[in-house]
Ligand binder design. Structure first.
Ligand code: SF4
Length: 326
């Protein structure tokens, strides 16, 4: 197994709201090795994005709060770092791209100014050097005529081209780790495939690690080595891509797999998962998936299942895998 670059151990994040406490992430542990790609999958509201933002220490406090656990990057505890240290990590070591590029890119500056600014601040380049490197990066991500487009504003680019610009900005300071939070969700299907291909080729080219957040298992199948499935703030299954796709062990993962279109499928229709994600202000007792699960037992309504290793590297949290008591 590759040397771990990112290690999340028992992370819990909550939001103290007027209406009550929202436990957005509850006891999540995962690790991403050097050069590995990890896909974190789940429906909206499962806690994927909060997990990603916690890595970058981007949770607004208050109302947010890291309620427990650690995040280590290259062996260093992110939560023990000074503000200057975490700024250095964000600029030079971990980069993040988002679903909607307009939230990350500033509409009142040219893209050249924005990429160049990051290069001057984080890498100490001169204005001319930063401009040259920005053009190189735009070319690398497939922006046509980069020397001319560098002086354009964000609104002069299409959605797919904006995502390329954001990728150029993220990669410009040679980070070793990329967090991609639903980077293809807002794009047309045809452009999604192109951007996905671009991200995976950049990861390989720069020998980076990737944490890919998505609700789409089809995307994970294309881009990731390992997969974690989140449901209602918990990690419910984790393993290699091959294990998750060929031997899923959690009813939620099985439901997700049944609900994606497959070229080799025998059935004519997709099977949705019953019901909707629970209200996280008032989640059900026991296994949070039990109101939607077709295998619910009494114990499921009482106790949260343990996240246990079922075979080397393959974990799931489900009472169906409890050892019989003698
Ligand atoms: Fe279903 Fe029970 Fe397993 Fe939860 S613990 S997924 S309710 S069988």
């Amino acid at each position: 197994m590759a040397e771990p670059v990112l290690e999340i151990d028992n992370l819990s994040v909550r939001f103290n709201l007027k209406r009550g406490v929202l436990r957005a992430v509850d006891g999540v542990s995962l690790s991403v090795g050097k050069g590995e790609t990890f896909g974190l999958v789940g429906e909206s509201g499962s806690g994927k994005t909060v997990t990603a933002r916690s890595i970058m220490r981007l949770i607004k406090t208050p109302p947010g709060e890291i309620a427990g656990g650690t995040v280590r990057f290259e062996g260093r505890d992110i939560y023990q770092m000074s503000d200057a240290e975490i700024r250095e990590i964000r600029g030079q070591h971990i980069a993040m791209i988002f679903q909607e590029p307009m939230t990350a890119l500033n509409p009142v500056f040219t893209v050249g100014n924005q990429i160049g600014d990051a290069l001057r601040t984080n890498m100490g380049l001169s204005k001319a050097e930063a401009r040259e490197r920005s053009i190189e990066m735009l070319q690398l991500v497939g922006i046509p005529s980069p020397a001319a487009r560098i002086d354009n504003y964000v609104h002069e680019f299409s959605g797919g081209m904006r995502q390329r610009v954001m990728l150029a900005m993220a990669m410009s300071c040679d980070p070793t780790f990329l967090i991609a939070d639903e980077p293809t969700t807002a794009l047309d299907v045809t452009i999604q495939a192109v951007i996905l291909e671009l991200i995976t080729s950049m990861i390989e080219r720069f020998d980076m690690s990737l944490l890919f957040i998505t609700h789409n298992l089809g995307v994970v199948a294309h881009a990731c080595d390992n997969v974690g499935v989140m449901y209602a703030s918990h990690l419910v299954e984790m393993g290699t891509k091959a294990e998750i796709f060929s031997n899923p062990q959690h009813p939620y993962t099985k439901g997700l797999l049944r609900s994606i279109p497959r070229m080799d499928a025998q059935e004519k229709f997709l099977t949705p998962i019953n019901g909707t994600v629970c209200n996280m202000m008032d989640p059900p007792q026991g296994c949070k998936f039990h109101p939607r699960c077709e295998h619910t037992m009494d114990v499921c309504k009482e106790r949260i299942p343990e996240f246990r290793e079922l075979s080397p590297g393959h974990f799931a949290a489900c009472h169906l895998h409890d050892q019989p008591t003698v």
